[in-house]
Design a protein around this ligand. Structure first.
Ligand SMILES: [Zn+2]
Length: 331
């Protein structure tokens, strides 16, 4: 696993019912966090995000010109699967359905094996519309001239439900695969970057901060910090082994609606808890504070009381106006 995936900048906690203001908040928070990291001397080589327009514009600023900006494959493949899924819901496109997972896997494979070359990535990706039609050679391509799989056996030739070019489901697939903005964004997918670790972090975060419970600002901050310590202490665990073999388990995937083989990793380490407790006792012994309450009081929270764009002038006047309005209505 690559070292760069260890550090997670998580902006998904910034959510709003209004998608425009949510996008603006994410962009602002992103800029502020990035400037903070740079001012702290962190050398940022690469930031993988989804295809968020605001973040994309932010990273085009001259101050960030050295930062490489790949797109997260997980998000791109998810959006492709969603588009194909919607098309496959129509009865006329139902033959597209069995191909959707293969097409998503093909995108991952294309990115992983393109060696950083965007032409090769595009050709590999677009070849999927030929492959599903049982054509595995592409004379007009510059680099990717034939499918990488073994020759297809005679039995598979007849058993596989190929999508004939020109049919409605094939046209629907072609539309998604050749979408202009997707092809344009392919240059951001050549580095095979994905935020799988972030998804793992979000799952683990629920242990410290369940979504159904409300926490104060300080409580939430402490829980996020504990989750970050837990994550960073365990992020590079190796696959567990028996005496000679790697360990696997069978799990049912709700997303894939089928059984999958899952790696069993080495047990998690919680040494950070002991380290934390030692630091707490050391601080207590130093006499710099007496109890936890003291630390909490000292914290600079600066949490605004609300997010209303207009200031409340007088609660009393508001109540009076409401009472008189209703009184008039009763008359
Ligand atoms: Zn093929």
């Amino acid at each position: 696993m690559e070292e760069q995936s260890k550090y997670i900048l998580d902006f998904t906690l910034l959510q709003s019912t209004d998608s425009n203001s949510s996008q603006a908040m994410e962009r602002d928070a992103f800029g502020v966090s990035l400037d903070y990291l740079i001012s702290e001397g962190v050398d940022i080589e690469c930031i993988a995000t989804d295809r968020h327009k605001g973040i994309r514009a932010e990273l085009k600023k001259p101050a960030y010109h050295r930062i490489n900006h790949p797109f997260d494959l997980f998000h791109v493949s998810k959006s492709i699967k969603k588009k194909l899924g919607l098309k496959a819901k129509k009865r006329c496109n139902k033959d597209l359905s069995p191909w959707i997972n293969c097409i998503s896997n093909h995108l991952w494979w294309s990115s992983r094996t393109c060696g950083g070359d965007d032409v090769l990535l595009q050709e590999k990706w677009m070849s999927v519309t030929e492959h599903v039609g049982n054509n595995h050679r592409f004379r007009n391509n510059q680099m990717f001239k034939r499918c990488a799989h073994d020759p297809i056996s005679g039995r598979d030739q007849t058993d596989i439900k190929w999508l004939k070019p020109g049919t409605t489901p094939h046209r629907a697939l072609h539309e998604v695969v050749h979408e202009k903005s997707l092809l344009k964004d392919m240059s951001h997918l050549t580095g095979f970057k994905h935020t799988g670790e972030l998804e793992v972090f979000h799952n683990m975060l629920l242990k410290y901060a369940p979504k159904r419970q409300h926490f104060s600002y300080l409580g939430m901050r402490a829980r996020l910090q504990l989750a970050a310590l837990d994550h960073n202490s365990n992020v590079f665990r190796e696959q567990a082994t028996t005496k000679k073999d790697p360990r696997w388990t069978a799990a049912f995937s709700k997303r894939k609606k089928d059984w999958i083989a899952r790696k069993v990793f080495q047990a998690k380490q919680y040494g950070f808890r002991q380290d934390l407790m030692k630091l707490v006792l050391k601080r207590a012994a130093s006499g710099r504070w007496v109890c936890g309450q003291h630390v909490l009081r000292d914290a600079e929270t600066e949490v605004p009381p609300n997010i209303a764009p207009v200031q409340l002038e007088s609660k009393e006047a508001l109540v009076q106006s409401r009472i008189s309005r209703y009184a008039n209505r009763d008359v």
